[in-house]
Ligand binder design. Structure first.
Ligand SMILES: Cc1cc2nc3c(=O)[nH]c(=O)nc-3n(C[C@H](O)[C@H](O)[C@H](O)COP(=O)(O)OP(=O)(O)OC[C@H]3O[C@@H](n4cnc5c(N)ncnc54)[C@H](O)[C@@H]3O)c2cc1C
Length: 321
């Protein structure tokens, strides 16, 4: 007997003209070189027809990185129909300087900001010290943004706890403070074990936090890099994941197939368990993300004539969001 996975049935219904229920957002980082800029824009161009809910652009330490974020966000606004979400951190800037950035985004037409504390200037592992005249933390920044404009604000969430946080409870307190200050959505740090996400979501809901908590999905473009990054941001890398990439150091083609299989398995299990919204850490590369979105039933809008999303509809986790 042929038993189709629930996720496939769900995705199939979407393909039959049902209400579009899967929603995705894509995260990019500002390019440093002309070549990286070209890759980024090829990726944006490839992913745009999937009609993401929004595309976000990260924000780094240092003036030149920040300038690149601003110019990338502004170019997305000028040259695409996408909704950009500009990341913004509290690091090494006064409230006045940050407020000027917020105002300039609003003037340019940005309607969505991802508000973050950011990492210490000395790098992850150093003790974070707020700028004496700056926003103290992400909740403070959310309040600052909301006092200047009614833009949509998303914030971070950590299914495995932020490394600076003494306890999961302290983490949840910070998430609650960010939501109380006006955040409409949390986007999680990436994770590879879906149970971690659902356990965290239970705790978030038990804490009375009711905004959507959108899972951040990182297709593993480069396992070694992912492992190093995970160690810095407190995300665990299960042994089974390491085993899947074992021995493929010199075999990029197979690595890519494995990466697509791993990400597909993860998102389809999330769909099976009621998740409808996904935030993809694209690393500025389109193909793995495009393939996973295809599996999720998303098609370029010119191919299926899909209708725009109903205005004002909130993203959420079906059944739990
Ligand atoms: C979706 C997403 C997008 C991101 N985008 C960017 C980006 O564009 N640019 C960038 O630089 N980084 C980015 N980051 C990383 C983020 O800046 C770091 O994880 C940073 O260390 C924390 O910022 P936050 O807003 O997540 O922290 P918060 O939510 O403010 O805090 C996280 C946890 O740390 C605890 N904590 C905070 N400060 C202290 C303290 N001083 N002492 C003890 N505990 C403390 C809080 O209680 C909370 O539990 C992103 C992370 C995510 C999940």
């Amino acid at each position: 007997m042929h038993a189709e996975p629930r996720a496939s049935r769900f995705v199939q219904r979407l393909g039959e003209g049902g209400e579009r229920r899967i929603r995705v957002s894509f995260e990019f980082f500002p390019p440093k070189t002309e070549e990286m800029e070209k890759t980024l824009w090829e990726s944006i161009t490839r992913l745009a027809p999937l009609r993401p809910n929004f595309v976000s652009v990260t924000y780094g330490a240092g003036g030149s990185t920040r300038e690149r974020t601003h110019s990338t966000v502004k170019r997305i606004l000028a040259e695409t129909a996408l909704t950009p979400a500009a990341h913004l951190t509290c690091v090494a800037a006064t409230c006045e300087e940050i407020d000027a950035v917020i105002r300039s985004y609003c003037t340019a037409g940005v309607r969505h900001i991802v508000a973050l504390r950011g990492d210490p200037v000395g790098g992850v592992g150093e003790r974070y010290a707020p700028h004496p005249a700056g926003y103290r933390n992400a909740a403070d920044l959310v309040a600052g943004i909301k006092s200047l404009s009614d833009v949509e604000v998303s914030v971070s969430a950590y299914p495995e706890k932020h490394p600076d946080s003494p306890t999961v409870e302290a983490d949840l307190d910070m998430l609650a403070a960010k939501v109380d200050a006006g955040a409409a959505r949390a986007i999680t740090q990436f994770f590879f074990e879906n149970d971690l996400y659902f356990r965290y979501l239970d705790r978030v809901r038990a804490r009375g936090i009711d905004v959507p908590v959108v899972p951040g999905i990182l297709p593993v473009q480069n396992f070694k890099q992912t492992k190093a990054f995970a160690a810095r941001c407190g995300a665990s890398v299960p042994d089974w994941l390491a085993e899947r990439f074992e021995g493929l150091e010199e075999d990029a083609a197979t690595r890519k197939l494995i990466a697509a299989a791993v990400a597909a398995e993860q998102v389809l299990d999330l769909v099976d368990r009621g998740v409808t919204d996904f935030h993809f850490y694209t690393m500025n590369r389109a193909d793995l993300v495009y393939a996973v979105c295809h599996l999720l039933g998303l098609r370029p809008s010119h191919a299926n004539g899909a209708l725009p999303l109903p205005a004002g509809e909130r993203v959420g986790v079906r059944g739990v969001g």
